[in-house]
Design a protein around this ligand. Structure first.
Ligand code: NDP
Length: 254
């Protein structure tokens, strides 16, 4: 068995058209997987598709909103029909509304919960029959440091990302007998569109991140490729339900 070989595998990466999702999709493609990226913005999908296609694997993009159960069902059927199966799912699509709890609206709450948590449930449920049929699979859920820590600006985001850890554990126990491993990874501060807006909203953020992160730098989207390959490959076949920080030491420093 080649521990990190993903040849013959088909991976869905939600939010794979930019940021962390694109970094992970490129990692999986380099390890041999065929890729389906999902996002709402078809221009971003097109541009990411060009990047991933250069890596020599089959690659499709689907314009879909992963908070919509019908769109998720259609999307998974399309991936299975076009690429032949579904072996890996990365639930990465996410958003944030940075407001103190007393300023957060009900609409803000549902937007973040639906995008970050409900979508992961919907996609995992839709992929399950395909994984079961092919004898196993890998589900990777994107958490956060706010899966672990609290923040005045993160009541809904942290709730959704804490939920991701518990969803991961529940799915892992439910599907272990189907040879489906379900894990989550917890990124530290990674330089993406999402955190670029945070740096504008919170001017002192850059210095705080550099100061607090033992590695002394922001993560890059390329830093996220290794964890994707590891948790999607036979190298992690006896690991399930865990939450793996990818954070330059952020979560172990005081
Ligand atoms: P980006 O804003 O670059 O990526 C977000 C992605 O999610 C985009 O591809 C976006 O595509 C997609 N997306 C958002 N909503 C939907 C939706 N309803 N349906 C389909 N796709 C959707 O940010 P990041 O790469 O930083 O974030 C990716 C994930 O990483 C998120 O879950 C985030 O919470 C998590 N994370 C990020 C950290 C960081 O430091 N950057 C730290 C910890 C966690 P489109 O707009 O085309 O729909």
């Amino acid at each position: 068995m080649e521990l990190f070989n993903l040849s013959g595998k088909v991976a869905i990466v939600t939010g794979g058209n930019g940021g962390i999702g694109l970094g992970m999709a490129c990692g999986l493609a380099k390890a041999g997987a065929d890729i389906a990226i999902i996002g709402r913005n078809s221009e971003k999908n097109k541009s990411a598709l060009q990047t991933i296609s250069k890596l020599g694997r089959r690659c499709i993009s689907i314009t879909a909103d992963v908070t919509d159960g019908n769109a998720v069902a259609d999307m998974t059927s399309q991936v299975a029909a076009e690429l032949g199966s579904i072996s890996i799912l990365i639930n990465n699509a996410g958003t944030n509304v940075r407001k103190r709890p007393e300023e957060l609206s009900e609409e803000d709450w549902h937007l973040v919960m639906d995008t970050n948590l409900t979508s992961a449930f919907l996609c995992a449920k839709a992929c399950y029959p395909h994984m079961k049929k092919s004898g196993g699979g890998k589900v990777l859920n994107n958490g956060s440091m706010l899966s672990l820590f609290g923040s005045p600006w993160g009541s809904v985001y942290g709730s959704s990302k804490g939920g991701i850890m518990q969803l991961t554990r529940s799915l892992a126990t439910a599907w272990a007998h189907d040879n489906i491993q379900v894990n989550c990874f917890l990124p530290g501060w990674i330089d993406t569109e999402l955190t670029r807006t945070a740096r504008v909203q919170i001017p002192e953020l850059n210095d705080k991140v550099l100061d607090r992160t033992p590695a002394g730098r922001w993560g890059t989207i390329e830093d996220m490729a290794g964890v994707a390959v590891f948790l999607a490959s036979p190298a992690s076949d006896f690991i399930t339900g865990t939450a793996l920080p990818v954070d330059g030491g952020f979560s172990i420093a005081i």
